[in-house]
Design a protein around this ligand. Structure first.
Ligand code: AMP
Length: 371
C-alpha cells in the first residue's frame, strides 16, 4: 500500500456537521480493545448505547457493548450493517482500512474524520504532517527513499515499520548502513521510517479534546515511562516547568486545530535537553497515557471523547488528584488481590482471559488527592 499524503494537504472544515447525537443514541466504535471498552462504559454513564465493530466476539469492548458487528474490517456487508445501525462512527485504534470509513461516512458522521486516521496510521505521513506544522521531531528519512539515510538521521537510529507498529513492535536499532539494509530486508522491504535516536530527559504526552464547534480542552501534561517500547507508567502531572507544560498543550491544540479534529488527540513528545519538545507520535483517539483521568479528573478522557464525538459540550478536564497509573502487563494482573487491598488504588481490568507476556490486561491508578 502506498503512502498517503502529501501532508499537510488536509481539507479544512472536514466535519462541518454540527449534528448532536443526544443521550439515548447509538455510538459506533470500530475496534474491540480496552480503549473501546472504557469508552463504551463512559458512554453508558451518559445514557448512550454503543455498537462495536471488530473481528472477534470475545473482545474487551464487545463484552460491555449494547450491540456488536463481528467480522473483518473490510467486509462490505459488515460495514453496511454497522454504519446503518449507528448515529455516529468513531474508532479506538489506528490500524484500520480507511476505505471502510469512506463507506461508513455515507451513513453517519465519522468523528474524528478518517483523514486523521489515514495520516496517523503511516509514520512517514505523520512526520511529514508534523514537519508541515512546524513541529520539531527526531530527524527522519523514509524507506524506500533516496540517499544514505543514516547520513540524514545520524547514528544510532531506529528503523520502524511505517504501518501496523505499536508498543515498540516492528522496531530495530541500527548503527551502520549495512545493519540498516539488512534490517530493512528482514522487514520484507516494506514502507518504513528511520529515526535518529533522540537524547531525551523525559517522555511526556498531552491529550486535548476538540468539539465540533472548535472548542478545545486539555488534560494536564503527563510523564510516561516505557519499558521494552511499552508504556509502563504515567505520572500526572509531569514534573515540568509550567511554561514547558503550556508549550506541550499549545502544540497539541494547534495540531488538533490543523486537523479540524473532533474527538481526542494524544501527542507523545520527547523532552530534549534545554526542555526542547520533539513530537514523537500522534493518536487521534483515547490513549493509554490518559487512563489516569478516569480516577483523577473531573471529566475522564473517555467521557470527553464521547462528549466530543456525540457533539455535546466538553467537560471540565481539571485534576482533583495527582496520580500514578501503572499498566498491568501479562501476569501483573494476577496481583489484583493486593491492589484491591490498597487504599487509594483504583483497579481496572479489561476482561482478557489469556495473560500473554507484555499484553495489556489492565491498569491501576494510585491517587494522591490535592488539598
Ligand atoms: P513509538 O512506537 O514510536 O512510540 O516508540 C516506542 C518507544 O520507543 C518510545 O516511547 C520511546 O521510548 C522509544 N523511541 C521511539 N522512537 C525513538 C527515538 N527516535 N529516539 C529515542 N527513543 C525512541
Amino acid at each position: 500500500m502506498s503512502r498517503p499524503g502529501p501532508w499537510p494537504n488536509i481539507p479544512t472544515s472536514m466535519d462541518d456537521d454540527r449534528r448532536v447525537v443526544p443521550p439515548g443514541g447509538v455510538i459506533g466504535i470500530v475496534g474491540g480493545g480496552q480503549l473501546g471498552r472504557m469508552a463504551a462504559l463512559a458512554a453508558a454513564a451518559l445514557g448512550y448505547r454503543c455498537h462495536v465493530f471488530c473481528p472477534a466476539e470475545e473482545s474487551p469492548a464487545v463484552e460491555v457493548a449494547h450491540a456488536a458487528t463481528i467480522g473483518a474490517y473490510d467486509d462490505a456487508g459488515c460495514i453496511e450493517a454497522f454504519a446503518s445501525a449507528v448515529d455516529v462512527v468513531t474508532f479506538e485504534f489506528e490500524n484500520l482500512p480507511v476505505a471502510s470509513f469512506r463507506h461508513m461516512a455515507r451513513h453517519a458522521p465519522v468523528r474524528p474524520h478518517w483523514h486523521c486516521l489515514e495520516m496517523t496510521q503511516h509514520r512517514v505521513s505523520e512526520k511529514d504532517f508534523l514537519a508541515g506544522q512546524g513541529c520539531a521531531t527526531a530527524p527522519y528519512a523514509a524507506l524506500p527513499g533516496p540517499g544514505e539515510r543514516l547520513a540524514t538521521t545520524g547514528s544510532p537510529a531506529i528503523l520502524k515499520t511505517a504501518r501496523m507498529g505499536y508498543d515498540g513492535k516492528g522496531q530495530v536499532r541500527v548503527t551502520r548502513q549495512q545493519d540498516l539494509e539488512d534490517a530493512w530486508v528482514a522487514m520484507g522491504g516494506r514502507d518504513a521510517i528511520l529515526e535518529g535516536v533522540v537524547d531525551f530527559t523525559m517522555e511526556v504526552s498531552s491529550i486535548v479534546a476538540r468539539d465540533n464547534h472548535g472548542a478545545i480542552r486539555a488534560f494536564d501534561v503527563v510523564q510516561n515511562t516505557h519499558r521494552d517500547g511499552i508504556l509502563a507508567e504515567t505520572r500526572a502531572p509531569a514534573p515540568l516547568p509550567g511554561d514547558v507544560a503550556d508549550a506541550a498543550i499549545a502544540i497539541a491544540g494547534r495540531l488538533a486545530e490543523a486537523l479540524d479534529l473532533v474527538g481526542l488527540l494524544a501527542v507523545e513528545m520527547f523532552v530534549a535537553p534545554g526542555n526542547r519538545l520533539l513530537v514523537n507520535e500522534l493518536a487521534a483517539r483515547p490513549h493509554n497515557s490518559g487512563h489516569w483521568t478516569i480516577d483523577a479528573c473531573r471529566t475522564s478522557q473517555f467521557e470527553q471523547f464521547i462528549r466530543a464525538v456525540a457533539g455535546l459540550p466538553l467537560g471540565d478536564p481539571s485534576r482533583h488528584s495527582d496520580a500514578v497509573m501503572t499498566n498491568l502487563l501479562g501476569d501483573d494482573a494476577s496481583s489484583w488481590r493486593d491492589i484491591l487491598a490498597e487504599g487509594d488504588a483504583k483497579l481496572h481490568l479489561y476482561g482478557k482471559t489469556r495473560a500473554l507476556p507484555g499484553r495489556k490486561m489492565g491498569h491501576v491508578t494510585r491517587l494522591f488527592p490535592l488539598e
